[in-house]
Write a protein that binds this ligand. Structure first.
Ligand code: DAT
Ligand code: MG
Length: 151
């Protein structure tokens, strides 16, 4: 049985602002396992599929435009409770409501430039991983530090 996965994506503002290393480091240090990673120029159809539940929202066209406005960093992180934990590391959707110490709390001001995405459920973790990594698949590997992270 495969353990839980979160699709995490550094949005174009995070890439352009040079926040990639800091953000990846937070997930690494927490102890989650990296299963997929790429720099990617998002086609509009992929952004639309990813955010299809928000299609009726007034901000949807701007959101899709923003996601496609420059390269993103696509990641899949795996581990026990990773979906909820990643959401805590990321912080609230509106960065002015995000706690300091979270990624959005530390690095962002506006909801339309909130630096990072994280799946909101294990089901969406699977769905979004399929959208962004599809047939390339993920990398299966055994981290040597596992005994120091799991009892
Ligand atoms: P989250 O990214 O925290 O999961 P969400 O799934 O509700 O938030 O919305 C997806 C993205 O859409 C969010 O990161 C930024 C944008 N967004 C959400 N609500 C918005 C709003 N009221 N105005 C502008 N953009 C918004
Ligand atoms: Mg969401």
């Amino acid at each position: 049985v495969r353990s839980e996965m979160s699709y995490v994506m550094i949005k174009p503002d995070g890439v352009q602002r040079g926040l990639v290393g800091d953000i990846i480091s937070r997930f690494e240090r927490k102890g989650f396992q990296l299963k997929g990673l790429k720099l990617y120029q998002t086609p509009q159809a992929v952004a639309e599929e990813h955010y299809k539940d928000l299609k009726e929202k007034p901000f949807y066209p701007a959101l899709v435009g923003y996601i496609c406005s420059g390269p993103v960093v696509c990641m899949v992180w795996e581990g026990k409770g990773v979906v909820a934990s990643a959401r805590k590391l990321i912080g609230a959707t509106n960065p002015l409501a995000s706690e300091p110490g979270t990624i959005r709390g530390d690095f962002a001001i506006e909801v339309g430039r909130n630096v990072i995405h994280g799946s909101d459920s294990p089901e969406n973790g699977e769905r979004e991983t399929a959208i962004w990594f599809g047939s390339e698949g993920l990398v299966e590997w055994t981290p040597t530090m596992t005994p120091w992270l799991k009892e």
